[in-house]
Design a binder for this molecule. Structure first.
Ligand code: HEC
Length: 290
């Protein structure tokens, strides 16, 4: 096997394994980074939903409850859940892939009835009371999506409207009926706030960044191979070939060959010098014989 072939095989094995390990590491890093970004986005949305709820219950509701209209017709604007969902639905006009739900197993407003997967999330939060947040990924019609869910427990102040229909404001019962949204167990997790954030865009840009990096990596490795090959050829192979050609010519009987040029002081130069010296000694020996 030629020297350059051996050398290139070694490079192929070293760069191949190295490149494979590096590209795997980069891929994992980029995808995890994209996931982390999405999760941060979801957490931010969850925090803003909470502040909307808090604002409604601490600032808006007390004012609206004084409104005489509220006595005749229940103003849903007093309900923290209503404000958070309404504001998010407005946001969704610009960001349709993002959703915020206050899903309940037995909701007051049937629109908030938990879908199958949301029911599973609520069930999980109910069975694991210490867990204050669950996250997960699921496939939707719009592509992969990440959700963050936090539990909603039926605290004592909530029981006025979610306990017995008789205890609830009559205007509320008139608006929503008495069949659903009641009978929540005090202290139990009955619903969850669920934020869903699309993952397809960040995942796609992570893949694109990965392919670009891969192309740069391959180009760099190829350029390195070309430069190393050229170096081996000019530093080792060509000077060695000069020596072997000269040896061939002498063995075929050429006398008084010109000494080979010696460049630098490396091992190849040493071999060439030795060869030149051997050639001179050989010529002298032949002369003595002759
Ligand atoms: C003044 C009555 C009232 C009180 C008090 C109240 N809610 Fe509600 N709640 C409602 C109404 C009415 C709705 C439906 C609003 C709508 O149309 O979106 C609702 C909706 C909800 C929903 C969304 C699911 C569903 O049932 O439609 C959750 C979750 C919820 N409430 C939790 C709570 C919690 C937790 C508390 C206590 C911190 C609480 N509520 C206190 C009246 C009330």
């Amino acid at each position: 096997m030629k020297l350059l072939t051996k050398f290139n095989l070694i490079l192929l094995v070293v760069f191949g394994t190295g490149g494979l390990i590096i590209s795997q590491a980069i891929h994992t890093f980029l995808i995890n980074n994209a996931r982390r970004e999405v999760l941060q986005e979801a957490d931010l949305m969850m925090a803003s939903a909470r502040s909307m709820r808090d604002y409604t219950s601490s600032d808006l509701a007390p004012l609206l409850e004084q409104n005489p209209q509220h006595k005749q017709r229940f103003l849903a604007e007093t309900v923290p859940d209503f404000s958070a969902v309404t504001i998010f639905n407005k946001l969704r006009q610009q960001y349709p892939d993002y959703t915020f739900r206050e899903a309940a197993l037995n909701p007051t407003n049937p629109e908030h009835r938990a879908a199958d997967w949301e029911g599973d999330v609520i069930g999980y939060l109910r069975d694991h009371p210490s867990q204050k947040r669950v996250t997960g990924e699921r496939e939707t019609a719009m592509g992969a999506s990440m959700y963050v869910a936090t539990p909603i427990a039926a605290d004592p102040p909530c029981m006025e409207c979610h306990g017995r229909p008789a205890a609830a404001p009559p205007s509320m019962v008139a608006a929503y009926g008495s069949n659903n949204g009641f009978g929540w167990k005090p202290g139990a997790v009955v619903a969850a706030q669920i934020v869903s954030v699309p993952m397809s865009v960040p995942l796609r840009s992570a893949e694109r960044a990965f392919h670009l990096l891969l192309a740069y990596l391959i180009a760099t490795l190829l350029a390195t191979v070309v430069v190393l090959d050229a170096a081996v050829y000019f530093i080792v192979i060509r000077p060695l070939k000069l020596v072997s050609d000269a040896a061939d010519r002498i063995s075929r009987g050429e006398t008084n060959p010109t000494p080979l040029p010696v460049k630098g002081r490396d091992e190849i130069a040493t071999v060439t010098t030795s060869f030149n010296r051997m050639q001179v000694s050989l010529a002298k020996a032949f002369k003595m014989l002759g």
